[in-house]
Design a protein around this ligand. Structure first.
Ligand code: AMW
Length: 179
């Protein structure tokens, strides 16, 4: 049995829909659009792109190509943004290398504003979220402050696990059809 999969210091195993020798793909906590996923090296010590070993780099790039083709196919995207914020000054908020794959469409296209949106993400640890949750009075306090779905800060674990399972199933289908 393989152990838990980490994104930085967080266990994200149920969010993972693809895993290779050195790399994995996971569904996003706060996707900018449906199909916004992340490609991450399994080794948590890899913070920047240049930290990958040659073998990890090959595996990382192969995974990136496979998943970008799959996401494009599954979400019927016209184009994709494939983005790495390599270092904090470039907008990296999670200190573990990750590549964003973001489906884009001819209609409703916001062009390069997608990069402003990427930069909008502020990393907030689970511990911070937990303290905030308790500070507003836990479950009871939350009810009073409950926001409509479209204004939620983060998706639930259940929703992400469900999406990961569906993507894993669809990826198996994609691999057969595109072979
Ligand atoms: W960066 O600004 O570091 O390039 O992007 C961080 C990304 O990681 C954001 O897209 C954010 O939604 C995502 N994210 C942060 N924490 C998690 C998590 N626990 N699981 C999945 N995605 C996460």
């Amino acid at each position: 049995m393989s152990g838990p999969i980490y994104f930085y210091k967080y266990v994200v195993t149920p969010q993972v829909f693809f895993k290779s020798k050195y790399t994995y793909a996971l569904v996003n906590l706060k996707p900018l659009v449906p199909g916004h996923v992340l490609i991450v090296p399994l080794r948590t010590q890899v913070v920047r792109l240049s930290d990958l070993t040659p073998d990890e780099s090959t595996d990382y790039f192969n995974t990136l190509q496979l998943i970008q083709k799959f996401i494009s196919w599954h979400f019927k995207a016209d184009s994709l943004n494939i983005a790495i914020q390599d270092g904090p000054e470039a907008g990296q908020t999670v200190p573990h290398l990750h590549t964003h794959i973001i489906p884009r469409y001819r209609t409703n296209n916001i062009g390069d504003q997608i990069y402003d949106k990427l930069d909008d993400w502020r990393f907030q640890s689970w511990d911070e979220r937990r303290s905030e949750y308790l500070a507003i009075g836990g479950r009871e306090g939350r009810k009073k402050l409950a926001k409509p779905d479209d204004q939620r800060i983060a998706r639930s674990q259940e929703e992400m696990a469900q999406e990961a399972m569906e993507l894993e199933r669809q990826l198996a289908e994609f691999t057969v059809t595109s072979a």
